[in-house]
Design a protein around this ligand. Structure first.
Ligand code: C2E
Ligand code: MG
Ligand code: MG
Ligand code: MG
Length: 281
């Protein structure tokens, strides 16, 4: 009876679940168009060494420049991309863009590495490793210029994902565990995956100023990583105090708004040039 007031043909839209499903279908259809029409952009955020302040790497972070809704963050569309089988083309787009841009920074005298996020679904897709190789070769990039970031989760614990990570590692591509400490089996991931870099989750970095527990966790992660010969990146560093803390505990690098928000490739080129002028002649 209530449905009738809203006109015929709309009855099915009344339950919130169906509403959400309908929205997801629309979003997925729009995302297909976005892929075809180049609406997906890649922003880059600097990763800065605590030892000398050099920018050693950047993280590629996807955005969707939606024609009506403006610039959309990954949280608004990656879930739908995963659910609707679009995460592989989205990931392929980001990887290709990141390799193109890191090659151009290399040519401009800025030998940064590029971190690219990958979900378990992307890594277990057929041809995932071949796609990485193709991009490296096409842009003449050494494998260690690329760091694949994975978030430790139960989804990583499959033979296909492990095989892909082992193959990438054997090629010399580096592997980072993202948001370290927040997952269900962070220590198992360290033991079982070919990890090179541990990214300490922002929540611990932020909490360390006020929480003895968070401070201890950061200390312990850095100490353990050091013993394992792994690099550490403190994520979400927003203040000089947080950077100082990261340096004092021995983290290799920091990433966060303090040094730079995610920015366009052009803006990052200018940022790199302003920071470390290329010697002339
Ligand atoms: P992430 O990989 O942990 O990336 C770091 C996120 O923290 C980014 O959010 C970044 O903008 C944000 N961030 C960096 N520094 C600070 C800071 O100082 N303060 C605060 N409050 N935030 C900071 P973003 O760009 O919205 O990305 C969210 C997540 O989406 C990423 O988390 C990553 O898991 C995922 N993601 C982004 N791009 C891709 C992609 O190309 N492929 C896949 N599979 N996932 C992606
Ligand atoms: Mg990441
Ligand atoms: Mg390795
Ligand atoms: Mg993270």
């Amino acid at each position: 009876y209530a449905a009738k007031r809203h006109g015929k043909g709309r009855v099915h839209r009344f339950t919130p679940d169906l509403l959400a499903a309908d929205d997801d279908a629309t979003l997925a259809a729009e995302l297909r168009v976005a892929l075809a029409e180049g609406q997906l952009e890649v922003l880059y955020q600097p990763i800065v060494a605590t030892a000398d302040g050099r920018c050693t790497a950047v993280e590629a972070l996807v955005r969707w420049r939606h024609p009506e809704r403006g610039l959309l963050s990954p949280a608004t569309f990656l879930g739908v991309a995963e659910a609707r089988g679009l995460i592989v083309p989205v990931g392929a787009h980001v990887l290709a863009r990141a390799c193109t841009d890191v090659a151009s920074w290399y040519d401009a005298g800025h030998p940064v590495a590029v971190h690219v996020n990958a979900s378990a679904a992307q890594l277990s897709a057929p041809g995932a490793v071949a796609d990485v190789i193709r991009n490296l070769v096409e842009h003449g990039l050494a494998a260690d210029r690329l760091v694949i970031e994975v978030t430790e989760s139960s989804a990583l614990d499959t033979p296909a994902v492990r095989a892909a990570l082992q193959e990438l590692d054997a090629l010399g591509v580096r592997i980072a565990i993202d948001d370290f400490g927040t997952g269900y089996a962070a220590l198992t991931a360290l033991r079982e995956l070919p990890v090179d870099v541990v990214k300490i989750d922002k929540s611990f970095v932020t909490g360390a100023a006020t929480s003895v527990a968070d401070e201890a966790v950061v200390y312990a992660i850095v100490e353990m990583a050091h013993r394992l010969g792994l690099e550490t990146v403190a994520e979400g560093v927003e203040t000089p105090e947080q950077e100082h803390f990261a340096g004092a505990v021995g983290a290799t690098s920091v990433q966060g708004y303090l040094h730079g928000r995610p920015m366009t490739a052009a803006d990052l080129t200018a940022w790199l040039a302003a920071r470390s002028p290329v010697p002339v002649g």
